[in-house]
Write a protein that binds this ligand. Structure first.
Ligand code: SAM
Length: 284
């Protein structure tokens, strides 16, 4: 490991988050992968210059992206699809849900998986579980090779649409998700930080033209420095504030649903395309 230095996560030309770190690993392949060590956040994982998760608060993100959609289902999901999620955090939470029979994963970058298995093994789910089918393939390609109405729950735990994830924020992608989702299933996707990157939520809004039921949720994950958005879609109406399944984690509990689905006016404006200011790159 190197000595300590300050690394900056660049949010905008003139703004970023600075961390005093030791560099643990760095390599550029399909994506630029960096692993740093920091006193406050512990070891943390960076792709293409953007913090993906930290040892300290990853459970907040992984619990909400898993339990929030699962709480809206009539019964526990039997078949689950994870797109992205190479760090194994979503798999870890899925494997805590009783009744899951099959878990399929489409992760595009084997290096992410191998590095997380080496440096973040404790945070990963159990890939030796016979229910798990891990495929190193682009998410959209994997969907195209999947049968109709196969999955109860689809979790898109991907990077922002800067590198290989561009195809995961397209109308074609949402139409394929719709095709492989079961009639009473539900899908969720991370839609980045609207305060910093409102264009990502705008791209994700394309899903609202595909799914009869569509909604947006938010959660504050301290290491991201801002609230993160999730989009959710389903073929039948869901009751976000009246969860049908009760899951409990270190952070998530069913009583949180109402708060997580209550959006600030700036986001509502963005969704209702009412505020031209938002096209200028910030909702602050
Ligand atoms: N929590 C993070 C966030 O909110 O930004 C996401 C973490 S997870 C590490 C993101 C994963 O998406 C990475 O492993 C990356 O390789 C994967 N990914 C990116 N583009 C993809 C694609 N087109 N198909 C499948 N996986 C993809």
């Amino acid at each position: 490991m190197t000595g300590y230095f300050f690394w900056r996560e660049k949010i905008h030309q003139d703004f970023g988050h600075a961390y005093k770190v030791e560099l643990v690993f760095e390599e550029r392949n399909l994506q630029k992968v960096q692993i740093f060590k920091n006193q406050t956040w512990g070891y943390f994982f960076v792709l293409d210059g953007i913090v993906q998760f930290t040892e300290r608060d990853e459970y907040i993100y992984h619990e909400v992206i898993t339990y929030l959609p699962a709480s809206l289902l009539k019964r526990a999901p039997e078949t689950v699809l994870i797109i992205g999620g190479g760090d194994g955090g979503v798999l870890r939470e899925i494997q805590k849900i009783p009744g899951v029979k099959k878990i399929v994963q489409f992760e595009i970058d084997r290096i992410v998986f191998d590095l997380c298995r080496k440096y973040f093994f404790k945070l990963m789910g159990d890939y030796s579980d016979p229910r798990v089918e891990l495929n190193f393939v682009d998410g959209l390609q994997g969907l195209k090779e999947s049968d109709n109405e196969t999955f109860d729950l689809i979790i898109v735990d991907c990077t922002d649409p800067v590198g290989p994830a561009k195809s995961l924020y397209s109308l074609e992608f949402y139409q394929e998700i719709h095709r492989v989702l079961k009639p009473n299933g539900v899908f969720i996707q991370q839609a980045s930080l609207p305060a910093y990157f409102p264009h990502v939520l705008k791209l994700a809004l394309q899903a609202s033209s595909v799914f009869p039921w569509f909604d947006i949720a938010r959660v504050y994950v301290p290491c991201y420095g801002e609230e993160l958005a999730f989009i959710l879609g389903a073929k039948e109406k869901k009751e976000p504030s009246n969860p049908l399944q009760a899951y409990h984690g270190k952070y998530y509990h069913p009583g949180l649903n109402k708060a997580l689905f209550t959006l600030p006016q700036t986001w509502l404006n963005l969704v209702e395309k009412r505020d031209p200011e938002l096209n200028k790159g910030s909702v602050l």
